[in-house]
Every structure is written in structure tokens, then in C-alpha cells.
Design a protein around this ligand. Structure first.
Ligand SMILES: [Zn+2]
Length: 105
């Protein structure tokens, strides 16, 4: 089994992945969040999620060529510009990366 902090070869920025619950997506970033090795995935259904490697990695696998992309949910769009993916926010607003940054302050 992978040691703590180990990142498998297929888990690279820009790589296509499949998650057991959230479906297909693209790796946006690898790094640390609150001291935990974390991967940020832009899921094709419309949201960006941060997954800790410890708990998230067992549910992730490289997307196979024959795996159908998860269709986007039409209700998941930025309230301001309609773009995706959406990022987590604390106010229940649905915002893209750019607009979430404006509301963060
Ligand atoms: Zn926006």
C-alpha cells in the first residue's frame, strides 16, 4: 500500500480520473490543505472538490478511455457568469473560481 504522502504515477495535474461517487473529472492541483496531502479535482458534473489523499485516493482511479464522462448537472453553474466548475463556498452561493475569490473577503 502507498505510504503516506505517496502520489501514484497516474495522479498528475491535467490527468483524467474517475471517482467512485463523483464520477469523472480532471486533476486541477496537487498540494496540501491544512497539512494534509490533497488533490483538487474538477469533476465533470460541475464542481471542484478537494480530496485528501488518505481518504480520497482509495476511491479514485485513472479514467479509462472507454469510461463515459459524467454529464454536467445543468443546475450547477456560477450565479454570476454561468461558468463551471464551481468551488466550495461557505455562503451557499454557487460561484466559479474567479467569482468565489471576490466573495471570499
Ligand atoms: Zn463566475
Amino acid at each position: 500500500m502507498a505510504a503516506e504522502g505517496d502520489v501514484p504515477d497516474w495522479l498528475t495535474v491535467g490527468g483524467s480520473v474517475t471517482h467512485g461517487t463523483f464520477g469523472t473529472g480532471t486533476v486541477g492541483r496537487l498540494g496540501e490543505y491544512k497539512g494534509e496531502p490533497t488533490v483538487w479535482v474538477d469533476f465533470d458534473y460541475g464542481e471542484r472538490k478537494a480530496l485528501s489523499l488518505e481518504f480520497g485516493l482509495p476511491r479514485l482511479s485513472p479514467r479509462k478511455r472507454w469510461t463515459r464522462r459524467t454529464p454536467p448537472r445543468p443546475d450547477l453553474r456560477c450565479d454570476v457568469c454561468g461558468q463551471r466548475p464551481l468551488v466550495l463556498n461557505t455562503h451557499g452561493q454557487m460561484l466559479c473560481d474567479d467569482h468565489a475569490a471576490h466573495f471570499r473577503a
